[in-house]
Design a protein around this ligand. Structure first.
Ligand SMILES: [Zn+2]
Length: 264
């Protein structure tokens, strides 16, 4: 395969293959894929980056010759790549996930074939499928000058606290989801639910929708299967919190900044 100068987003599982030197990490760039693409390897055409095409493909196993490339987890790549490049990598990961999970028709079991760049069609019954996005809410609850932080049993960093979050259920509005998740996870009533912002979350195909809300009533009752701790914290005494790539951190940073604004 030969074509114009292209950014190559190559995945092995959830890890990206990146060039690395004393100037930092880069997505491989050139007229040919730096690692061989197998014929059956899923490929996706992505939006352009700096006017140059981006192509993603995945390898089942690391090749014997890595051609000097290093594997960096997609999550970790946020810290070493420019954010517009990370965003393309995230979209690439979501499309590759979708591709590998829609090889056969969910209705009749026949093979699916690519119909358009972002859709596939069943070769037998004609059913069409598009990449799915799973929405989840995340909410910062304020009581007086404090916010509620929770410690989830599945946090990667064991000492870290985050915010109440959960997947939107069928037939539910986002606001209903916020109220339900807060009730289920910590047993509290809230109101004044306000949209804060959102973030693509390609782990594997989510979008996180952030809200703020105010505490109304109730004592903290933990949903023990998901949470091991929930407490009110003040910005002056925060525990370890999520790193800056997440909307959870943006919500907490926004709360910390309220004080700085007041002091100006
Ligand atoms: Zn079918």
């Amino acid at each position: 395969m030969k074509q114009e100068e292209t950014y190559w987003f190559i995945f092995i599982g959830n890890a990206l293959m990146l060039e690395h030197d004393d100037k930092g990490y880069r997505v491989p760039y050139g007229t040919e894929p730096p690692l061989p693409m197998k014929e059956w390897t899923p490929q996706q055409v992505l939006p352009k980056l700096d006017g140059k095409p981006c192509i993603a493909y995945s390898l089942d196993t690391p090749p014997a010759d890595m051609k000097g490339l290093e594997t960096v987890g997609l999550r970790e790549s946020w810290h070493v790549l420019p954010h517009d490049v990370y965003n393309v990598a995230g979209k690439a990961a979501e499309l590759l996930y979708w591709d590998s999970n829609t090889r056969y028709c969910g209705v009749c079991g026949a093979p699916m074939k690519r119909n358009t760049v972002i859709s596939k069609q069943c070769t037998h019954c004609g059913k069409e499928v598009w990449p799915q996005v799973s929405p989840a809410i995340i909410v910062r609850i304020k009581r007086g000058d404090d916010i509620l932080l929770v410690h989830s049993r599945n946090f990667r960093r064991s000492e870290m606290y985050g915010l109440v979050a959960g997947f939107v259920e069928t037939g539910e509005t986002l606001e209903e989801c916020v109220i339900r998740e807060v009730k289920e996870e910590v047993g509290l009533q809230i109101d004044n639910i306000r949209y804060f912002g959102s973030q693509a979350w390609p782990y594997p195909c989510g979008v996180m929708i952030g809200f703020t809300a105010d505490y109304v009533s109730g004592e903290i009752h933990l949903q023990e299967e998901e949470l091991s701790q929930a407490r009110w914290f003040n910005r002056d005494h925060l525990p370890p919190i999520p790193d800056k790539m997440s909307i959870a951190r943006k919500l907490i940073d926004d709360y910390i900044a309220e004080r700085e604004t007041e002091n100006k």
